[in-house]
Design a protein around this ligand. Structure first.
Ligand code: SF4
Ligand code: SF4
Length: 434
């Protein structure tokens, strides 16, 4: 068994708070309603949508999103009772399908692929698109797009690091479902021509290490190597993983280093679709922070966050703030009544600390901790002056949004938000050719 141990001195250890949910089995929950976006990534309505009153099953096509007719499926069986606006995990209020769940769990199944030896590359790519699977690590882009670039691929990287504090869904549920990863891999190796696979997790995650061991023994012909990392943040950032696995750096996307990176749950969903014809339906979500009974919940995607908080015994504080995802990379929302998304992996209730940021101490801590070797304090000064040339010179566009600069700032400045504002300006300028 090939075994690699990362020694990342670039990343830093931060409190994980994972003990709230890591040691308990997940619970299953069937909500009365799910809320599934009726809009695409740009906020435009879906095409070919079903209507209010239509009956659906799990796997029913609700509509397709532009520009590539990417399918969106129902996660429950029941009836579409309304198509109306609701706050969604992305932070915007947008139209969703409000589907009453009849809890019968009836399926519209797709036809599974033939064996990987028989399936053609065209069939595999078409199945990846029709699966409706998106990147489950957070970004939510259709996964098939990474696989049809036509560029050479050396390695597929499975990201089972889950380094955001509080979140334990990959650890608790991903480990249990890991065999689907090995079921997906022969198809993905065939379609990409990749020669190897890197299974990346942390060395303090015994359930995932065991899942690797069991499946590696069961499927010895699939070339998967284990990469066990230290408990550092942000080890799971894809740029870190690509550099550590390939020893190469890239400018924009991992394919430039002949690598494709996906979250473990993305591979699981593909394995399920290829072999059973099941589209994405369930999501494991960590419900933690200031709630009475933190837990992992396996539930149809599109569940409302306040339903999950109620299931976790409710809030322990009077006025909290709500986070979709983890505290460092997630979206902070003012209300707990928001629709989770397919890629939502956490619903956290956190104390809404009222404090005022002080002027910068010029301590340099944000620069020391930045995993991208940026100078966050300088970038935010350039932003303040609206000095685009300086923001470009400081490479604000390379910020990975890990949030470490805000986390370590003794003056309590939200440095990360400022850097990301600068990043948006630089990216816009690059797009406009400025
Ligand atoms: S949020 Fe961006 S600037 Fe701040 S530490 Fe992370 S990568 Fe660096
Ligand atoms: S960590 Fe905060 S106080 Fe220190 S240099 Fe960076 S922005 Fe200024």
């Amino acid at each position: 068994m090939a075994f690699h141990l990362f020694r990342s001195y670039e990343a830093t250890h931060i409190p994980g708070h994972k003990e709230q949910t890591a040691d308990a089995p997940y619970v299953t929950y069937a909500p009365e309603y799910v809320y599934i976006p009726a809009f695409d990534g740009r906020g435009n309505p879906l095409n070919n949508t079903l209507k209010v009153g239509d009956a659906v099953e799990k796997g029913s096509l609700l509509g397709t999103r532009a520009p590539d007719d990417f399918p969106i499926y129902s996660s429950v069986s029941g009836t579409i009772e309304a198509i109306e606006p609701i706050l969604t995990a992305g932070g915007r209020t947008q139209k969703v399908f409000c589907i009453h769940n009849d809890k019968k769990d009836e399926w519209t199944l797709a036809k599974p692929l033939p064996s990987w030896e028989e399936a053609t590359n065209e069939q595999i790519l078409a199945a990846m698109k029709s699966s409706g699977v998106i990147g489950m690590g957070g970004a939510g882009f259709p996964t098939y797009r990474k696989y049809n670039s036509g560029k050479p691929v050396d390695v597929l990287i499975i990201n089972a690091i889950e380094c955001e504090p509080f979140l334990t869904t990959d650890y608790v549920y991903g480990a249990e479902m890991a065999e689907y990863v090995w079921k997906a891999l022969p198809y993905l190796l065939k379609v990409t021509g990749a020669k190897r696979v890197a299974f990346c997790t942390k060395k303090d995650k015994p359930a995932l290490l065991e899942a690797y061991r069991v499946n590696h023994e069961k499927y010895p012909d699939i070339p998967v190597e284990l990469y066990a990392t230290a408990d550092k943040y942000p080890m799971g950032y894809e740029r870190n993983l690509v550099t550590l696995v390939t020893k190469k750096e890239y400018m924009n996307i991992p394919i430039e280093a002949q690598a494709i990176v996906d979250n473990i749950y993305t591979f699981i969903l593909l394995g399920r679709y290829f072999t059973e014809g099941k589209t994405p339906d369930l999501r494991c979500i960590t419900v933690a922070g200031e709630v009475k009974e933190p837990k992992n919940v396996l539930t149809p995607y599109g569940v409302a966050a306040d339903d999950l908080i109620a299931l976790a015994g409710g809030e322990t504080i009077e006025k909290g703030k709500y986070i979709n995802g983890g505290p460092l990379n997630g979206n902070c929302l003012a209300s707990s009544h928001f629709a989770t998304l397919m890629q939502s992996n956490g619903v956290l209730v956190m104390k809404a600390n009222a404090f005022r940021a002080e002027p910068c101490w010029h301590c340099g801590d944000c620069c020391k901790q930045c995993p991208m070797d940026l100078q966050p304090v300088q970038i935010q000064m350039a932003l303040k002056r609206n000095d685009l040339e300086r923001m470009k010179a400081l490479h604000a566009e390379r910020c990975c949004g890990c949030g470490l600069c805000s986390f370590v700032c003794p003056a309590r400045i939200d440095v990360s938000r400022n850097v990301q504002e600068a990043k948006a300006k630089v990216l816009m300028a690059m797009k406009e050719g400025k």
